[in-house]
Design a protein around this ligand. Structure first.
Ligand SMILES: NC(=O)c1ccc[n+]([C@@H]2O[C@H](COP(=O)([O-])OP(=O)(O)OC[C@H]3O[C@@H](n4cnc5c(N)ncnc54)[C@H](OP(=O)(O)O)[C@@H]3O)[C@@H](O)[C@H]2O)c1
Length: 344
């Protein structure tokens, strides 16, 4: 007997990608339901060759749902995830609402699948922020080998990380530049077309942004609380694919050649690192792909045991939808869930 899977936020960037990935990976689902807000009731979304009619969250009965993939934002998740979990569906949430709750595992399956064992406390599992997900996939195998002391990361984040309205804003602003129309920022604090913005999410008291704070605390929760990390998160006019320049200080020596060899064998990583024009991966090439791509691995001569690398991934996939589906697959593989008996 297969599972019944609900995708909440099915009309959004992440939700649509979840439906694609469930289909591509032939997830063992007998039924998949698409759910969004009341305004999307009755609209259609694609699921493989089929189309699904969207249902409204507030009227949906989750009592026979086994797995709920949630990507409808933090406030919707805060209100609805506990209600859905109480009806017996395991909620795999993409928002930031539950990530730092001690009773909620924060999981990237290639890194800390064992943390899933504690999920029944709330029946909710959190996905990390998109920038953290690809970063920890790259850091984990290196940490296992040479123990990371400190990470300095700068991100170059695509607009799709801020939702479908943000993609429309980049598109319409870019068009407006050529048609000499007015450019009015709405979703972003500054113009994004032909520009970059050194602010992702809101400012915190210490001058960091919340996105930067998330990278710090989530890396500690997923990988190792002893790792020191500082981040500068920047929005760039790219539709899909987040990039990161990562400087890593280790306790033990690790050469660039050794690091490349380790990363080549690591789950979820693909190394493309030729010292020639184009011998690296750009966000454009990562679109629609599952891997975290690593390029430009080199030794940092300014510190002991330091490496620098470039890391790129499709933020809608490994940064969100793929990771959520991988969590569901890991629950099944580890025999942590079973399909509920459905009424005939
Ligand atoms: N994009 C990324 O790279 C990324 C990565 C990691 C995590 N996330 C997180 O994933 C979540 C979704 O992001 P997104 O990029 O897919 O956003 P999005 O494109 O703006 O889509 C938002 C989705 O949520 C639904 N929704 C909004 N309010 C709702 C309500 N009251 N009840 C039910 N559904 C509601 C929307 O439905 P309607 O169309 O009906 O409004 C839509 O399907 C966010 O929490 C985001 O932080 C995103």
């Amino acid at each position: 007997m297969g599972f019944k899977v609900a995708v909440v936020g099915a009309t959004g960037n992440v939700g649509r990608e979840m439906l694609n990935i469930l289909d591509e990976r032939e997830f063992p689902a007998d039924e998949v339901v698409a759910i969004a807000s009341r305004k999307s009731l009755g609209t259609e979304v694609s699921f493989g060759d089929a189309t699904l009619k969207v249902k409204a969250l507030e009227h949906y009965d989750f009592s026979d749902v086994d797995i709920c993939l949630m990507s409808a934002g933090g406030s919707v998740s805060k209100e609805w995830s506990p209600k859905i979990a109480a009806q017996g569906a395991v909620v795999i949430d993409n928002s930031s609402a539950w990530r730092m709750d001690p009773d909620v595992p924060l999981v990237v399956p290639e890194v800390n699948a064992a943390a899933l064992d504690g999920f029944t406390k709330k029946n909710i599992i959190a996905n990390p922020n998109c920038s953290t997900a690809q970063l920890v996939v790259a850091l984990k195998p290196l940490h296992d080998k040479a123990k990371i002391k400190r990470v300095v990361v700068s991100t170059y984040q695509s607009v799709s990380g801020a939702g479908k309205d943000a993609m429309d804003e980049l598109f319409s602003q870019t068009k407006a530049v050529f048609t000499l129309d007015e450019i009015a920022p709405k979703k972003f604090p500054q113009r994004i077309a032909f520009n970059i913005i050194p602010q992702v999410d809101v400012f915190m008291e210490d001058g960091y942004t919340k996105e930067e704070w998330k990278m710090v605390v989530e890396t500690k929760k997923i990988l190792d609380p002893k790792i020191k990390l500082t981040a500068t998160c920047v929005r760039v006019p790219v539709f899909v694919g987040h990039s990161e320049a990562v400087n890593i200080e280790f306790e033990q020596p690790l050469s660039a050649d050794e690091a490349r060899e380790i990363l080549r064998k690591a789950p979820g990583c693909i190394v493309i690192d030729k010292h020639e024009p184009g011998g690296y991966v750009t966000p454009y090439e990562s679109v629609g792909e599952d891997a975290t791509y690593i390029s430009r691995v080199r030794e940092d001569p300014t510190i002991d045991n330091g490496l620098v690398l470039w890391c790129v991934s499709d933020n809608l996939r490994k940064g969100a939808a793929l990771n959520a589906v991988q969590i569901a697959e890991a629950l099944i593989k580890r025999k942590l869930i079973q399909a509920k008996k459905k009424a005939a």
